[in-house]
Write a protein that binds this ligand. Structure first.
Ligand SMILES: [Mn+2]
Length: 344
């Protein structure tokens, strides 16, 4: 999977409605050109988008496609997410088997999408919805390299009616090449272009900071956000060998260590990064094998519980982020989430 450094990029959201397959194909073609997919792979992507869109259109309560380009570790890809609010797939195994008779149900075409994609993942919640991930790599699959220190994924969605998003995230190694990761989740105040500008400034300051302590990284970002609207923002440091997380957050960013059946909260303190940051506090926690670090903005309702998301922590971070954003997110605010998983 994706190894850091990783950053939120532009995400194209397309909601279910007339013409979703055509709109999805159009967007996919633009992204395929941008990352240099071969004609063959671009056609495969278009086919997968058509299957996913048709599926949503015909069978889902409410749904959306999210398409984006990712470029991690010198490997670029087009990623497709298909998200819906129900009805869920009762027999996922049958739906994924090629040629199985699932006509008339939500699972149509899943086997085809899995076969077409370089990477595929799916998580379904009976009655509540399905999240599907399919990745199409621009370059031939790299040979087996060293295991990445961690897998990272995230997702942002602007408030209804806006195209730019004030929520953003980034993850990178610090120092570079070390098993120490820094992760940032940022919610630029308000929404629209001015919030997006604060988010851009936060990503830049995060990238340029050479500090290792999360409170000092946050202080660097605080300076970088002067003159912007400011943001709620949290920085986590993950020490991979010891599986320890330390977190310094200011304002309303929710941070959790999420296990299969548990959720531990790491607190932030009040304030606005870029405006008023008085006394910060750093909290630490263990990241037990099988658990993931989740950071999200208040565009997601933080009252969600692990038992509502059975099996989700076993999925790839990009799918964990997408399912949580879709199920807990509101359209009345920018929404953003980042998930980091340290392999067992
Ligand atoms: Mn917000």
């Amino acid at each position: 999977m994706n190894a850091p450094p990783a950053e939120a990029g532009e995400v194209m959201w397309l909601r279910t409605g007339e013409g979703l397959p055509a709109a999805g194909r159009r967007e996919a073609a633009i992204l395929a050109r941008r990352v240099g997919l071969s004609d063959k792979r671009a056609a495969d992507l278009a086919l997968a988008v058509t299957e996913a869109a048709t599926n949503l259109q015909r069978h889902a309560v409410d749904g959306a496609l999210a398409l984006r380009v990712t470029a991690f570790d010198a490997r670029s890809a087009v990623e497709l997410l298909a998200l819906d609010s129900g009805p869920g797939i009762t027999d996922l195994g049958a739906a994924l088997r090629d040629g199985s008779s699932t006509a008339g149900t939500l699972g149509v075409g899943l086997g085809a999408i899995r076969r077409l994609a370089d990477r595929f993942a799916i998580h379904t919640l009976p009655g509540r919805g399905t999240a599907l991930y399919a990745g199409f790599d621009a370059d031939p699959a790299p040979g087996p390299g060293p295991d990445p220190a961690a897998e990272v994924g995230g997702l942002t969605r602007p408030i209804s009616g806006e195209t730019q998003c004030g929520d953003t995230w980034a993850v990178r190694e610090e120092p570079l090449g070390s098993p120490h990761l820094l992760a940032m989740m940022c919610d630029g105040l308000g929404h629209g272009p001015l919030a997006a500008r604060a988010a851009d400034a936060a990503r830049l300051a995060f990238r340029n900071s050479r500090a290792t302590d999360p409170a000092l990284v946050l202080a660097d970002i605080h300076r970088g956000l002067k003159g912007t609207r400011g943001a709620a923002l949290a920085v986590a440091r993950i020490d991979v060998p010891t599986r320890r997380v330390s977190l310094c957050g200011v304002g309303n960013i929710a941070t959790f260590v999420l296990g299969a059946e548990s959720r531990q909260t790491l607190m932030s303190t009040p304030g606005i990064v870029g405006h008023n940051v008085s006394r910060t506090q750093t909290f630490t926690a263990d990241l037990p094998p099988g658990s993931v670090l989740v950071m999200h903005s208040d565009g997601l309702n933080s009252r969600w519980q692990p038992d509502q998301f059975r099996g989700l922590t076993a999925q790839i971070p990009a799918l964990i982020a997408a399912q949580l954003l879709w199920q807990a997110g509101t359209r009345r605010d920018d929404a953003g989430i980042v998930v980091v998983k340290v392999p067992s």
